[in-house]
Write a protein that binds this ligand. Structure first.
Ligand SMILES: Cc1cc2nc3c(=O)[nH]c(=O)nc-3n(C[C@H](O)[C@H](O)[C@H](O)COP(=O)(O)OP(=O)(O)OC[C@H]3O[C@@H](n4cnc5c(N)ncnc54)[C@H](O)[C@@H]3O)c2cc1C
Length: 443
């Protein structure tokens, strides 16, 4: 707490320090062109409103404050606390609890001098630059950052609904009572029963997380219910870490054999699920194939947030943005980040959402200082586990290639190190990553 007030109150936070904090994650190297530098007095009147206090929104508030000690920053978020999804699969085997993944907004408020309003953002009046809140309040903005996450489109699977997810067939794709319901269902799965995990078409948040979850659950069943089975019903033909998961599954779960504890059905064999027959506890693939389960963990397809649809920020299910600075292609002075934008080829991860936030706030701060934003490139460091002593990693870089052009992407996934050393090291790195990442956003 010693430096609690330094950042918020010290107006002379040097640019060098600011860049040091932000520069690990993104580069904005060149500045061309000039517009007017905003005076300190005017900056104090400058209002940045952020919708959503999740990974994208909280990162935007924190890193904007690091860059600029003057502007007014307000976050609108309905929940009093935020629960991290990264690491949340570990709730199932009991390696962590919901409490371990929960953070408050206290540091954002105090250290980063951010106003946090507990409410839902509802309507944007773009002409008046005014945001209406669900409880009746209004906020005026100069720049608006939108990071409300995705909508889980339960109705995208015929027969499925949020009510059914809350009561019988949990998605548990953000941490909520559905997570605890699924945990309970895994524990009470009948001996020799089947648990199905259905994976939607991309894009969905955190591509490796369903396979990680399936593996954790298979371990739990192997120990307590060895005749049971995990059935992955997959909309993807090729899947992330397919150079590692099958190797591990073969070794531990007889994957590919008749007595396998874990099986995967790809889209060519009906794994792309389009319908739920709730009374028969059966999932139905696009060519009519039927998969009956005792527990159904149905991850629904995703699309942009309802808020984004309601406020005309969406095109073809997702919010289109200019990747140089994450400005909306549909509305002026609006920046959109995180899982609600299409983002392709970037995956929907917290790491990416947080880096997008840093690019957006850098652009806002550059504008205030009369500079044009530089050319960003984005990094995604993705780490997944199959057990505590076995991790895997993926490194990706996305480079801005010009207006209306797709981002240039490069990625590297090291394969399995058969003597196990690398995977062991990556297992402990994965756990350290989660803690560090949480701190990079909320501390
Ligand atoms: C099981 C699982 C594991 C994952 N593991 C990882 C991982 O290891 N690494 C990684 O990088 N990512 C991981 N992710 C993905 C990561 O959680 C998301 O990509 C990230 O949270 C996206 O950030 P966001 O800001 O777009 O959305 P969120 O973090 O979901 O935040 C959105 C916020 O907006 C608020 N909101 C919504 N509507 C409104 C409104 N109208 N007004 C005001 N506020 C609103 C919500 O309450 C929420 O707090 C995982 C996801 C899952 C499901």
């Amino acid at each position: 707490m010693k430096n609690l007030h330094t950042i918020a109150q010290k107006p002379d936070l040097s640019r060098r320090d600011s860049f040091k904090s932000i520069g690990l994650f993104m580069l904005a190297l060149t500045t061309q062109g000039k517009s007017a530098h905003t005076s300190e007095k005017a900056m104090k009147q400058f209002r940045v409103v952020i919708i959503g206090g999740g990974i994208g929104g909280a990162s935007a508030a924190k890193y904007l404050r690091i860059l600029n000690p003057h502007v007014q920053i307000t976050v609108v978020e309905p929940n009093p606390e935020y629960i991290f999804c990264p690491g949340s699969n570990e709730i199932f085997p009991g390696w962590c609890s919901i409490k371990d993944l929960t953070v408050t907004y206290n540091i954002l408020k105090q250290r980063y001098n951010t106003q946090v309003i507990k409410d839902f953002a509802q309507h944007i009046d773009y002409d008046r630059k005014m945001l209406s809140l669900a409880k009746g309040g209004t906020l005026f903005y100069d720049k608006l950052i939108v990071s409300p996450g995705p909508t889980f489109d339960y109705a995208g699977i015929e027969g499925y609904s949020k009510d059914l997810a809350d009561t019988h067939f949990p998605a548990a794709w953000h941490v909520s009572p559905q997570t605890l319901l699924l945990k309970q269902q895994i524990k009470s799965l009948k001996q020799g029963g089947t648990l199905c995990i259905s994976i939607p078409d991309t894009p969905y948040r955190c591509p490796p997380a369903p396979y990680e979850r399936a593996t954790f659950i298979a371990h739990m069943l192997k120990k307590n219910n060895p005749a049971a089975k995990v059935l992955i019903l997959d909309s993807q033909k090729d899947f992330i870490f397919d150079n590692i998961y099958p190797y591990y599954w073969e070794k531990h779960f007889s994957f590919g054999k008749s007595d396998a504890i874990l099986e995967r059905i790809g889209p060519e064999d009906g794994g792309h699920i389009v319908k739920l027959d709730a009374s028969a506890k059966t999932l139905i693939g696009q060519n009519g194939q039927k998969f009956k389960g005792d527990v159904l963990n149905i991850i629904p397809p995703h699309k942009a947030a309802k808020f984004a649809f309601d406020n005309h920020l969406v095109q073809d299910q997702w919010c289109p943005v200019e990747y140089k600075d994450y400005t909306s292609l549909k509305q002026k002075d609006v920046y959109i980040i995180g899982d609600t934008i299409l983002g392709d080829p970037m995956p929907k991860t917290g790491y990416i959402a947080s880096n997008q936030a840093r690019v957006a706030v850098q652009a806002i701060n550059d504008e205030l200082h009369g500079r044009s934003p530089g050319t960003p490139f984005m990094v995604n460091d993705c780490i997944a586990m199959v057990e505590q002593g076995f991790g895997m990693t993926l490194s990706e870089i996305f480079r801005y290639a010009g207006k209306n052009k797709p981002l240039e992407a490069r990625h590297y996934i090291p394969g399995v190190d058969k003597n196990g050393f690398q995977q062991k090291m990556l297992g402990s790195e994965a756990r350290a990553w989660q803690e560090n990442f949480k701190r990079s956003v909320f501390s």
